[in-house]
Design a protein around this ligand. Structure first.
Ligand code: URA
Length: 247
């Protein structure tokens, strides 16, 4: 009788991402550029599966499991969400204490615009990053939005039902009006969306005639800015990481 032993094979990019090499997408690029060896052989196939027994090397260095770290940064406006910038502009990495940067190959999960502030998750766990940014995942992101103009009920309904962006309706959103400032002709909204399309909140509001004056993400998958000042970072608590994995 043949006994089939399930040695839990996983996709190479998933194993690399979960070891803290980079995000899953970046790991795919690293594989395709021929920088990864499995058992001494260069692998460029993205479908390759590996098990614990396989010897994986990236740029000639054995893959060792980095301890995974998770932070939330209160991103200020005026910083790019990127690990580096060819034009030398300030990135969110400039806000991370040197001892954290020295120890871990961390990167931001998803993106906030240069002129958006708020919750930005930072990690070296490429697997979690992949789970949270996959478009099929409906992770709630809550934005505090200051718009030009006094929003009407019709405007609120449109935001909730969906706005046509690039030929595709946005998914249902929740809208709460926090305040209406008639003197300055502006409204403050709390908008909850589950997608992460490019400049989505700004484009949704602009499309119905309300340009965004100020945008702050106040929550990502339940992680908030509580206890943080602008530019500050804190480690996520184990239960917060658990919740993010369960979403
Ligand atoms: N929506 C936007 O328009 N910008 C952001 O930074 C995030 C969401």
């Amino acid at each position: 009788m043949v006994i089939v032993v399930d040695d839990n094979k996983e996709r190479l990019q998933k194993v690399m991402a979960a070891s803290g090499v980079a995000s899953r997408r970046k790991c795919e690029e690293i594989i395709q550029s021929g920088r990864v060896c499995v058992n001494g052989k260069i692998i460029t196939e993205l479908g390759t599966k590996v098990s614990k027994k396989d010897k994986i090397e990236v740029d000639g260095n054995p893959l060792t499991k980095e301890s995974l770290v998770y932070y939330v940064l209160y991103k200020p406006t005026g910083y790019l969400t990127a690990v580096s910038d060819k034009l030398g502009r300030r990135t969110v990495m400039d806000l991370i204490p040197a001892d954290i940067l020295k120890e871990n190959r961390i990167f931001p999960i998803g993106r906030l615009d240069y002129d958006t502030s708020g919750v930005l998750l930072i990690t070296n766990d490429g697997d979690l990053s992949y789970r949270l940014t996959r478009s099929a995942k409906e992770i709630e992101k809550v934005y505090q939005v200051r718009i030009d103009g006094i929003i009407t009920q019709d405007g609120i309904n449109q935001l909730m039902k969906g706005i046509l962006l690039d030929g595709r309706l946005t998914k249902r959103a929740k809208v709460e009006v926090l305040s209406l400032d008639k003197k300055n002709n502006s409204s403050l909204l709390l908008l909850t969306i589950t997608e992460g399309r490019n400049r989505q909140v700004r484009r949704m509001c602009e499309n119905i005639g309300y340009p965004v004056k100020k945008l702050k993400r106040v929550s990502f998958g339940g992680v908030t800015l509580d206890g943080l000042s602008v530019g500050e970072i804190r480690s996520l608590k184990p239960h917060e990481v658990k919740v993010l994995y369960s979403l």
